[in-house]
Write a protein that binds this ligand. Structure first.
Ligand SMILES: Cc1ncc(COP(=O)(O)O)c(C=O)c1O
Length: 369
């Protein structure tokens, strides 16, 4: 049996006609940039995230970049974040000229450890950027407390966690601004790149709308230096078709997670820990195992898609060498990078597929003795 890590064709097959009709509507209108589809999507994502405002962007990366630029973060500033994340989180901080300052993770959740955060605040700190990894939100209360104490912005990198909750609050609604990605492998994924920022801050919202369009306001008069961070209407049309299915898809991911949790209970496989005050949307189901690389090879050989998110932490990346971090600086991050493995969790997995994945993982375990 073959079980891919993600099967986007299986999802597409269920909504094909609606997607084709929606894309065709945009093409017939030839309103390809901005327009009603983008505005509709912005309204719906803002409401879904319990935020007043949303600005569609060309990717999750550009959502983060727009946030940083609109908050006037730049050279001389520091932004506190996690090293256990996708490159975009940190890449954007560096691209605006600011300095990323890393904090180790909570080994239970893989998210930034708030207890270690306050000690790295300096007079140069401008913002904290927690990342809600794999579908679970970071521990936001203590982060917000630190932010209030030192007057810092909080940029939630919620690229992997649209509609996830922490203490009944939605991802993106707690910080100054929240950033989503619609990369195709995300829970709400487009037919290409896309992203969105959400906020309750009207001033910031107005600025982000201008910065998205080269900082022009009015046209050809540039109030700020911005970029081309616009969301395509075709992407918005596809996302509008998918949006009503998002909750049922997340529910299916949670059911699949519960199935694996039960199968792996009492074994050496560490299943994801979800805080009792969080609801995860399981963008990834990430287990921890000893001899991870052998299990990775074994699953691949058995036709099971799996992936390591992330094998090489940001503080050890060649391009960030100048920051001066060394191996050993963030032990929990480095340990996670050695032990994590994402296995298939996508909503369309059949019972047979889930069984096959679980049984195959289990059949590897005796080799650990
Ligand atoms: C944690 C995190 N931040 C940022 C991004 C960037 O999003 P995008 O790929 O849409 O630019 C991603 C997505 O890949 C992500 O997983």
């Amino acid at each position: 049996m073959q079980v891919p890590l993600l099967d986007l064709k299986a999802q597409y097959a269920t909504i094909r006609n609606e997607i084709l009709a929606a894309v065709s509507e945009v093409l017939e209108s030839q309103l390809c940039i901005g327009g009603p589809k983008v505005s509709q999507l912005e309204e719906k994502i803002a409401a879904l995230s319990d935020c007043r405002y949303a600005v569609g962007t060309s990717s999750g990366t550009d959502a983060i970049l727009n946030s940083l630029m609109s908050l006037d973060i730049g050279p001389g500033d520091e932004v506190i974040t996690t090293s256990f994340t996708f490159f975009a989180t940190v890449g954007c901080i560096v691209r605006v000229g600011a300095r990323p300052v890393f904090v180790d993770i909570d080994p239970m959740t893989f998210n930034i450890n708030p207890e270690l955060t306050e000690s790295v605040v300096t007079p140069k700190t401008k913002a904290i950027m927690p990342v809600h990894l794999f579908g679970q939100m970071a521990d936001m209360d203590p982060i917000m407390e630190i932010a209030h104490k030192y007057n810092l912005a909080v940029i939630e990198d919620a690229a992997q966690s649209i509609t996830s909750t922490y203490k009944d609050k939605k991802a993106g609604s707690i910080g100054t601004v929240g950033c989503f990605s619609f990369f195709p492998s995300k829970n709400l994924g487009g037919a290409g790149d896309g992203g969105m920022v959400v906020t309750n801050d009207e001033q910031l919202y107005n600025r982000m709308k201008i910065v998205r369009n080269h900082g022009a306001n009015p046209k050809y008069y540039h109030k700020y230096v911005g970029g081309n961070f616009r969301l395509d209407a075709v992407q918005a049309a596809v996302l509008l078709v998918k949006l009503p299915h998002l909750d049922e898809w997340s529910e299916a991911r949670r059911r699949n997670a519960a199935f694996y949790n039960e199968k792996f209970a009492g074994t050496v496989v560490k299943t994801p820990y979800i805080r009792p005050d969080c609801i995860s949307t399981y963008n990834q189901y990430v287990i921890r195992v000893p001899k991870r690389d052998q299990l990775f090879a074994y699953l691949k050989e058995k036709g099971i898609g799996c992936e390591i998110y992330y094998p090489h932490p940001m503080h050890l990346q060649e391009c960030f060498k100048y920051l001066g971090y060394k191996k050993g600086c963030f032990p929990e991050t480095e340990k996670a990078a050695r032990e994590v493995l994402a296995i298939p969790i996508y909503p369309e997995l059949t019972d047979e597929m889930k069984d096959y994945v679980a049984e195959t993982v289990m059949s590897f375990l005796p080799s650990l003795n």
